[in-house]
Design a protein around this ligand. Sequence first.
Ligand code: HEM
Ligand code: NAG
Ligand code: NAG
Length: 341
Amino acid sequence: MVFKELFALASVAASLSGSYAAITKHVPCPDGIHTATNTACCTWFTILDDLQANLFDNECGQEAREALRLTFHDAMGFSPETGGGGADGSIITFASTELTYAANDDGGVQDIVTNLTPFVSKYNVTPGDLVFFAGVVGLSNCPGAPTGLQFLTGRPLPVAAAPDGLVSLPTDSVSTILARFADVGFSADEVVALLASHSVAAADGISGTGHGAPFDSTAAVFDSQFFVETQLNETLPGAVRLPSDGLLARDNRTACTWQGFVTDEDGMRSAFAAALIKLSVVAQTTSDLTDCSEVIPGVQVDTAEPYFPGTLTITDVDQACTATPFPTLTQDAAVTSLAPV
Ligand code: HEM
Ligand SMILES: *[C@@H]1O[C@H](CO)[C@@H](O)[C@H](O)[C@H]1NC(C)=O
Ligand SMILES: *[C@@H]1O[C@H](CO)[C@@H](O)[C@H](O)[C@H]1NC(C)=O
């Protein structure tokens, strides 16, 4: 089974890299299985197999989603005014401090920090590298994930806990959210792009009723459905909508980009991939990092079109973009309520 998957991955990688592979020199890894363009990447093949088998189960499930989310909670821990090491893994090393912060004080963040921590010493890698590797590998398990996901290695050890108050909260206003991201160097369009992550999201941080309530009806697929459903004037039974997502969908600084991703799914994917790469190096010196993107598995394509769920139609859209009307979509009458994921 494991071998079958390795061969399947190898053939995907081969078809993706094509001529690139032909002109790049590959060196054998000590494991006797993999080859890499840079020996510094070899260890990540081993970590990949371990994460997939023992944490993610090769799925776009709860742990994969939490790992993707952790990239945000780690990287936003930087501000030109108050400091912090950005994408440095401080959320792991200084967990006893950072996990007390309001933005991190939920079961989802606690769970993934607990589960990733042993990998740092097991493989002698830095926590900053591990956080981003796990996030990107987790995302790669989601059908429809962008191609061209990047993984850079070589972040130094974090030196201190990030200051409190830097990770946006779901109760923040749009102005507060945009200002916080601008402080770290992200435009409003990049914020919308980053929120494509909520296409593969659920409320995993709360226990009891509502645990696992998905953010859209396709929580295991990285697609535009999240951008449709957040624009509707009601949420499906069983779904959860963050106040911040509802507001960003309706604010004139973000609404047209939000709506634009409904029809331009490939544009959404590439904008997200670019913004995630930027997130992965917040406050890091990129020239010191080594590109190990070759370790990231190939992704499964998703070609399904976005739709209106249940009995909802275009009349249920809270039209917010004044420049362009909301697109006409087909209806999927079977989607009337959502089960926890
Ligand atoms: C305005 C900015 C953001 C806010 C306020 C926000 C807030 C939240 C909240 C409250 C949850 C649900 C927590 C739970 O109950 O488990 C969540 C889930 C999630 N967020 Fe965000 N988020 C933001 C941006 C991002 C970014 C930039 C990323 C990644 C690049 C991200 C990735 C995720 C993922 C993957 C989940 C699902 C976690 C799971 O299913 O376990 N979020 N977010
Ligand atoms: C957005 O709306 C606010 C008020 O709701 C208005 O003051 C502002 O000029 C608008 N901006 C744009 C770009 O339309
Ligand atoms: C949503 O909009 C539709 C069409 O305008 C309306 O009939 C319905 O009552 C609205 N639902 C809510 C929850 O506001």
